[in-house]
Design a protein around this ligand. Sequence first.
Ligand code: PAP
Length: 321
Amino acid sequence: METTKTQLGSARDIEEMIKTCPQHSCSWLKGKSTLFKYQDFWSHEVIIKKVVSAQQSFKARPTDVFLCSYPKSGTTWLKALVFAIVTREKFDESSNPLLTNLPHNFIPFLEIQPEQVVASQENSSFAHVATHLPYNSLPKSILASNCKMVYVYRNVKDVIVSYYHFMREVFKLPMEDAPFEEAFDEFYHGISGYGPYWDHILGYWKESKERPEIILFLKYEDLKKEPTINVKKLAEFIGYPFTIEEEKAGVIESIIKLCSFENLSNLEVNKNGYANEMIENRLFFRKAKDEDWKNYFTDEMIEKIDNLIYEKLGAIGLVLK
Ligand code: PAP
């Protein structure tokens, strides 16, 4: 961890450093994706460069709020909800920009879109910023500023299936060319974007126990089961609580409906738009079905991953079956 702080100056230094990191070419993606282990997580070279730069120069302010997640755990949904909560007085149901834009456009990722993050800080003294970075790799200024963080997490098996399809589609591989068993195996061994998954959850979880006023944990499955309670909790936590009048007027329900998978996934922009030259918006809206993993996992995979998650997270009471 300290290497970045003390030795890395130029872009060239960073490139040299990345070359020394452990590397893994993802066989199930036919070698189209190579991950590097930087600090304690795996990621792509292009992202690690931006991570190092953010670690060296990003300046968080105490009022900035971070939306944190392991990939495929509900990030797009959380971004939509936060945007809708924060802007609810500006737009009505028919004028909300979520109807014509991918939710990711409103809340940029620290390690992917640093310029947009800086722009959003310039535009608002309460910037909302997303990140998939593990807790221990966050820029120190975020921790030192006591910024609030919302951490959304999801059961590991659905995350694996969602990650499998997302990566496969990004690299334009049909299912028959991208064996799920191999994807599972890599994930199981902790090798996945921003993985290991369990370390990611554990890092934020530990900190949320130390500083509950700073980190709100939200479970994807709970958001689905009890959206009203959880959206209220979310709004309060980020400093935009609903008034009694708003509650009576059904504002929470309208936000839930606006941000629902059924609504967002059927919008023209999310069916046919592009997030960037490689990623179609539709890839962020696949099925959103709980327990889709049952269509992919063998009994042996179930046993292996359940045992592993129990071993890694069971002791802290976070059993994510
Ligand atoms: P990201 O990390 O790449 O941003 P993320 O949004 O965290 O992805 O996860 C995508 C998953 O959330 C997809 O799950 P699936 O593959 O099992 O279908 C996606 O369908 C689901 N999702 C996207 N939007 C919503 C939503 N509004 N409500 C519920 N689930 C959603």
